[in-house]
Design a protein around this ligand. Structure first.
Ligand code: HEM
Length: 539
């Protein structure tokens, strides 16, 4: 890893040193021994048993027996590509991150798109959130922007993540259904954890069935910090905007495609890159000054809230182009390890309690998923800059650390790795002043679950509203427990009474507020009169 040049080709050059080209080569064992026979095992006589002595047979079968690793606990189904990120404008007033200084400078990236709930072999055009994870290989180390295609999240605190995912995944007693949002436990969780309301509105909208990975937005979701060379910090949210625009499938198309081509999204990504039609996404940032932290009617540390773009505009600062497919899906897409805690100087965290929990979770899960503490040595995960420390040993260790000393500080080794000052590029955590009692509560606005959910619904066109009503009706309609169906309807009356009433009608539960069902021809949510009153905020 000392062979690096810090440009957009550096990762490819590094990977080249690991590639194995099999074409035209002699078949050998893992010990390099040329193999004479690969179709028949060694046996005792014409009709006798296979012999243990056949080392080639044993090696081949043993390796095969160990080919599988655990799939990701979430985001198991994913697809990735290589590319580059080019900066449009210097962000030096806000951050000292090296890759955000010089307009025109480029760094390599690796981007993995995923669904959340389905298993590794599940269909792709399902109603689910999409992961949008980008690894920037910078000269200061890897920066991972591990985002989703929806700007907010279901919950506000990481302590609920296992509950959320247990409710979202197939139910444990019969492992059904693969579909994230069409079953009792999912909606039971929603109704009992009403901070989900805003995310559910996005989830029931067309946003959760993208037409293509090339046509969806990405969001870092959490509030992060930019810190500049003077040590001044700003709050920042990250966005990806697809150059092709945002496009979705409608539910009917999505269902048909799931049956005909469960690989629809990966095929689209792979083929467009092979054709030279490289997917492009612009990186946007929303920035809030530290002094304005409390200016809003929501808490900027609450991951269930957006920063409305008309209030805090998105500035486009660069562009990512995905221009190369992987050589090997397992080696790259499957073994890549993203982590929101992989940051570079100039990028820091906020106290968003969801983000804080994520900072623990990713390495922890990867320790088992990727078999021990050395997965940073896997080719796809290696930074393009050198890395040196006193970490040693562990399963699968590849580096041969030379020398007697593997500890800091010492006087035996005359030149062992030393720390860097901030000026030399050492990462210094932002000195946020924290002063408080140990409590589990958050500010009051964390309890406002419906204002932004309503804002979202009201920003939809008539057709989009109809899709939302249809989605609720389909997904909640699959719930067997009537009480859960009723609770969902009663919950979403807080977003829009017409919406809740239309859904109640479709799924056979009482109207919210216990109203007798007065079945309207056109649901109030969709009536001309209602829609005429709505500003079309999407123009
Ligand atoms: C994957 C945990 C919230 C985006 C994962 C994985 C875990 C995890 C354990 C599997 C990682 C692996 O096996 O390599 C959590 C926890 C969360 C949380 C505990 C909340 C407390 C979020 C949020 C986002 C997100 C809010 C979006 C902003 C992703 C993505 C992946 C992922 C994109 C897939 C990365 C890849 O492609 O390999 N998450 N997650 N997660 N998570 Fe989260």
């Amino acid at each position: 890893n000392n062979n690096h040049s810090f440009d957009e080709t550096s990762k490819d050059k590094q990977l080249e040193t690991f590639r194995s080209y099999e074409k035209g080569k002699k078949l050998t064992t893992n010990q390099g021994l040329k193999v004479a026979e690969d179709e028949h095992s060694l046996k005792a006589g014409l009709r006798g048993p296979t012999l243990m002595e056949d080392f080639h047979f044993r090696e081949k079968i043993t390796h095969f027996d160990h080919e599988r690793i655990p799939e990701r606990v979430v985001h198991a189904r994913g697809y990735a590509a290589h590319g580059e990120f080019e900066l449009y404008k210097s962000m030096k007033d806000y951050t000292k991150a090296a890759f955000l200084q010089e307009p025109g400078s480029k760094v390599p990236v690796f981007t993995r798109f995923s669904t959340v709930a389905g298993s590794r072999g599940s269909a792709e055009t399902v109603r689910d959130v999409r992961g949008f994870a980008v690894k920037f290989y910078t000269e200061e180390g890897n920066f991972d922007l591990v985002g989703n295609n929806i700007p907010i999240f279901f919950i506000q605190d990481a302590i609920k993540f296992p509950d959320l995912i247990h409710a979202v995944k197939p139910e444990p007693h019969n492992e059904m259904p693969q579909a994230a949002s069409a079953h009792d436990t999912f909606w039971d969780f929603v109704a009992n954890n009403q901070e989900t309301a805003h995310m559910i509105m996005w989830h029931m909208s067309d946003r959760t069935i993208p037409r293509s990975f090339r046509m969806m937005e990405g969001f870092g979701v959490h509030t992060f910090r930019f810190v500049n060379a003077e040590g001044k910090a700003h709050f920042v949210k990250f966005h990806w905007k697809p150059k092709l625009g945002v496009h979705s499938l409608v539910w009917d198309e999505a269902q048909k495609i799931s049956g005909k081509d469960p690989d629809f999204h990966r095929r689209d990504l792979w083929e467009s890159i092979e054709r030279g039609q490289f997917p492009e996404f612009e990186l946007g940032v929303q920035i809030i000054e530290e002094k304005d932290e409390f200016m809003f009617d929501f808490d900027i540390l609450d991951a269930t809230k957006i920063w409305p773009e008309e209030v805090v505009p998105v500035q486009l600062i660069g562009k990512m182009t995905l221009n190369r497919n992987v050589d090997n899906v397992f080696a790259e897409t499957e073994q890549v390890a993203f982590h929101p805690g992989h940051v570079v100087p100039g990028i820091d965290f906020s106290n968003d309690p969801l983000l804080q929990g994520r900072l623990f979770s990713y390495t922890d899960t990867q320790l088992i998923r990727l078999g021990g503490p050395n997965f940073h040595e896997l080719p796809i995960n290696r930074p393009v800059c050198p890395f040196h420390n006193n970490q040693r040993d562990g399963y699968g260790r590849q580096t041969i650390n030379v020398g007697q000393v593997s500890y800091h500080k010492n006087s035996l080794a005359d030149n062992s790795p030393s720390t860097s000052t901030e000026k030399e590029g050492g990462y210094v955590h932002y000195e946020e002043k924290v002063d408080g009692r140990k409590i589990q509560a958050r500010s009051d606005s964390f309890k406002d679950h419906f204002s932004q959910a309503r804002l979202f619904y009201n920003s939809m066109t008539l057709a989009e509203k109809k899709h939302i009503v249809d989605a609720f009706s389909f997904e909640v309609g699959k719930v067997k427990d009537k009480n859960v169906r009723q609770q969902v309807v009663d919950m979403f009356v807080n977003v829009d009474k017409g919406l809740a009433t239309a859904v109640a009608q479709a799924i056979g539960v009482d109207h919210p507020d216990g109203e007798e069902s007065a079945v309207a021809e056109t649901s109030p949510a969709l009536s001309q009169e209602t829609t005429a009153k709505l500003p079309d905020t999407r123009k």
